[in-house]
Design a protein around this ligand. Sequence first.
Ligand code: NAD
Ligand code: 022
Ligand code: ZN
Length: 375
Amino acid sequence: MDVRAAVAVAAGKPLEVTTVQLEGPKAGEVLVEIKATGICHTDEFTLSGADPEGLFPAVLGHEGAGVIVDVGPGVTTVKQGDHVIPLYTPECRQCPSCLSRKTNLCTAIRATQGQGLMPDGSSRFSIGGKKLHHYMGTSTFANFTVLPEIAVAKVREDAPFDKICYIGCGVTTGIGAVMNTAKVQAGATAIVFGLGGIGLNVIQGLRLVGADMIIGVDINNDKKKWGERFGMTHFVNANDAGKDLVAHLVNLTKRGADQIGGADYTFDCTGNVNVMRQALEACHRGWGESVIIGVAGAGQEIAARPFQLVTGRVWKGSAFGGARGRTDVPKIVDWYMEKKIEIDPMITHTMPLADINKGFDLMHAGKSIRSVVVF
Ligand code: NAD
Ligand code: 022
Ligand code: ZN
């Protein structure tokens, strides 16, 4: 069938909004009509050519929401008419990783997903007979896309697509890092580095679990009001603090009789390896945990003194907030509908597919928290 898509034709070039061909779902696959999709950093990272694993031409996009319009043979867990959120981290519930209960990184379709292909090794997208790559197993920058059954989360039907699409990446990544990866408890102190589309969701996750002190760090003073809007209690401008930033943060977190200082939990939401080190050093001796969420550029390395770890700090990372998509994403949609979490104010811009490149420009200029394309 003919579908409308924003095609990444080559590295560094704007997306081309055009008609492409999409084959129907094969065994174990579903055809989804995408109703809305967010624009996230990794789409831009790939489009820019900085991602060495980026494949072209491709249909990018990984933060969508839509409706199942057709299912292939053998599909049992979803049906036509179901509302779904595509999952770039699938959940097969059968691979060793899913069965381990220790990770959300399902391996069932990992190899083909990374090659921009469906699990059978082929692509459903083409243009004039020439193959187009899928992207992160989701390809949501198209009004229809084909997905493996294990890569969709069925969600309630009264939830608005133009808001819950953000749960497909940013919301779940931020809130999940707090609840699944760090397992922050009520009364904890926390520092969030980088108050963008991810950091603000870490902040609202911290508020949700009842953290006491939520310090936000950014280099942009405009982010102060954004952080406060979602529960941040203190703001620090990293540039003002300069090289004393870590000492300043440790001082700020000294509480009562404990004059050692340092946060119980810190989160990197910048992708900057120097910030990652600061985040480790700003957590408490003996028990502080620092979670890396930001994705650093290819080839980057982190550095720290082993002493930081020997003295009991823990350094860990989080992918998709440690969330098991088919299990956890529907719950987060419920929390949004029950007003336990907020999404609407973070969606600063919406646009039709024809204007998708404007969404990339806004992200690049730091003018948006999230842009959403509505089909
Ligand atoms: P964003 O650009 O909206 O936000 C980044 C923020 O960091 C900005 O407000 C910026 O001013 C601030 N910043 C930059 N340099 C800083 C510094 N030195 N100190 C403090 N703050 C600084 O980006 P985002 O959408 O929030 O994404 C953040 C990161 O999370 C990206 O690297 C993205 O790729 C990554 N991410 C990871 C996952 C995952 O599963 N691990 C999922 C989604 C996004
Ligand atoms: C989403 N991300 C950044 C902005 N929005 C993002 C990027 C990468 C990952 C998660 C979120 C990520 C962390 C760990 C992995 N990935 C590897 C997972 C594995 O090997 O099992 C990751 C993912 C998908 C892809 C590449 C890397 C892909 O489909 N190409 C989840
Ligand atoms: Zn994303």
